[in-house]
Design a protein around this ligand. Structure first.
Ligand SMILES: CC(C)(COP(=O)(O)OP(=O)(O)OC[C@H]1O[C@@H](n2cnc3c(N)ncnc32)[C@H](O)[C@@H]1OP(=O)(O)O)[C@@H](O)C(=O)NCCC(=O)NCCS
Length: 176
């Protein structure tokens, strides 16, 4: 089967992503989670896969580009976030395809040295099976209240060139 994968501007494609985003992370769902209070960055790009029956979006991955610091040194990285597949479309390989497309998009940007995501324990095995490695160091980020240590979810890294496994990453902005 031919699966069409779109990689679009993040802000412009938000209306297409919104229904899936709200189904997975609507206010009533998020308010019960430990990261409900976190302010998140908006993705620069979105990878989108429509359901084959024209019933709308099946899968979404947000793609971020950011110059962060690692142990005080500036490094340009990519990020993925907002990874979600519509409940009735899961276990068909859509998220795997969309994450691959996100990684290919980052590779196309020669400045990107590694990729970073944050996830909850129930998704650790999913990402580890896809060559993402736990980052065991500390992460800080910005919030409108000021800088914070980001501990709401666990960081995982992916070797675009080579990703550090430990040390201190400052996201130099909102998390994703
Ligand atoms: C996590 C999530 C994005 C996975 O989406 P998905 O599209 O079902 O993912 P995939 O189909 O690529 O892979 C899921 C599993 O199905 C399996 N699978 C893939 N294609 C399959 C197929 N055709 N038939 C049966 N199983 C299949 C994969 O092997 C994988 O199993 P594994 O985790 O044991 O390796 C989805 O469950 C989701 O949206 N969850 C809620 C939001 C969330 O937690 N997002 C992650 C934020 S970090």
């Amino acid at each position: 089967m031919n699966i069409e994968i779109d990689v679009l501007n993040g802000d412009a494609s938000w209306p297409r992503a919104k229904p899936l985003h709200q189904a997975v992370w609507g206010r009533h769902i998020v308010e019960k989670l430990p990261w409900a209070h976190i302010e998140w960055a908006h993705p620069d790009l979105r990878v989108l896969i429509d359901a084959p029956d024209d019933s709308g979006l099946a899968c979404h991955v947000g793609v971020y580009f950011r110059t962060v610091t690692w142990n005080g040194h500036k490094v340009h990285i990519g990020g993925i976030g907002g990874v979600a597949t519509r409940e009735d479309c899961r276990r068909r390989g859509y998220a795997s395809l969309a994450i691959d497309a996100a990684v290919q998009t980052m590779r196309a940007n020669e400045a990107v040295k590694f990729a970073l995501l944050f996830c909850e324990p129930h998704n650790f095995a999913f990402y580890q099976a896809r060559a993402w490695h736990p980052f065991t160091g500390g992460v800080t980020c910005e919030q409108s209240s000021g800088p914070i240590r980001f501990e709401a979810m666990a960081p995982f890294v992916y070797d675009i060139v080579r990703a550090p496994r430990q040390g201190r990453i400052d996201l130099c902005g909102l998390p994703w």
